[in-house]
Design a protein around this ligand. Sequence first.
Ligand code: BGP
Length: 477
Amino acid sequence: MPFPKDFLWGGALAANQCEGGFDEGGRGLGQADMLPLGPQRLAVMLGELDPATLPADAEYPARRGNDFYHRWREDLDLMAEMGFKALRMSISWSRIFPHGDDEQPNEEGLLFYQRVFERCAELGIKPVVTLCHYDTPYDLVRRYNGWSNRTLVGLFEHYARTVGERYRGLVSLWLTFNEINCTPIFPYNSGAMLLDPARDRFEQVWDAVHYQLLASARAVIALHDIDAKNRIGNMVAATATYGYRCAPEDQWLAYTFKRDAWMLSDVQATGGYPAWKVAEFAKRGYRTPWQKGDEETLREGTVDFISFSYYSSHLECADPGAGGPQVEGNLSKSLANPYLPEKLPNCKSQFDPLGLRIVLNEYHDRYHLPLFIAENGMDGYDELEADGTVHDPHHILYLSQHVAAMRQAVEEDGVEILGYTPWGCIDVVSASNGLMNKRYGLVYVDWKDGEGGTYNRYRKDSFWWYQRCIASNGEEL
Ligand code: BGP
């Protein structure tokens, strides 16, 4: 079976990486507006450095994004020209509730997204809306220490209800938290919280995860209440994981790594914590902050589909001396896989399309729910030519091979996939290092780190490739 006729071909963006206009339209600061460029960024993302202590001249790239706030009409036209059927985007929570705990929403913020969604409808593009893509209002960080505080569960539900009601009929596909399984790794980025060095780290991050799981479930319940047509997914960071050697110890490490990555989708899909995690908590002496009603909330708020990001695969090795050379990932290095092709020119990581097929099968077998590929892509360093063209064969090679792998999962493995939205379909500020020169496919934005630019948009070679791919429903790669 080929891709279904209503397959959602599109692209993905996130408010904090594209909008800019950070102080316009009544918007309050978001947590990402406090992520600086430069060496201190990682410490803030890890929740180890309070961004309020940064020097006055720090530069915050999320505040400018790629200027989508002012150019969204032109951007939607470009997407329509490529034939997009879907746009995965997010709402900036602090555009709707500038302080996070305001009683009344900010009408100007609501109107902004209403216009975007109305235009999407005119263009035949379905918005797939993430409620929180690394984007909790900064005032909630300051006043409650973000997701370390249970108060945010109710505030998030209020926000989800507000936008669910307002955009009823305009939006029917929702995702709750972006890459929710990153909270234990990047407590500030994903959990909008700062760590207290005097307290156990494990306890702090897993408390926050519990509150986010509850908030996700409450949002699912609210959005189902508002409109029975709403379909709500979770969103997790996925990677194919292999043991470096056939040693059972390596295979076990690889398995436990995957199990960790699955843990949060297990809760969001089945409505309860898996037994192995409960055993791990008990062994560590950690007690999840359960309250009356939490179990029912998790059970009632399970998702309708599973969405995930997939960029590449990685290796696990039990013997620290056994591995060979390393390759760079987004924020960490891992062992190079000798069976994967050489890195693409202009790119720093290895790529593994079959890994995507493996991940699709793993999620399909585990949850028996439809899947949605919410992010996929390879960062590369693109150059704008004098004639306005951008030659990016690396993106075309990466995307075409991943679409082929996805097609095999549909045709040969019977996996149900709702859609495919490659990441950064218009160049955006990078989540990991805040730079603009970490570019993905399709549309180039004229802005160079340290130099600036016009923000004008240019079609990359991959734009024309993707247009053909969509027009042929994934046949012409
Ligand atoms: C994912 C995030 C995205 C995006 C992407 C690429 O983890 O959900 O927001 O940024 O990674 O990473 P980067 O921007 O660092 O290249």
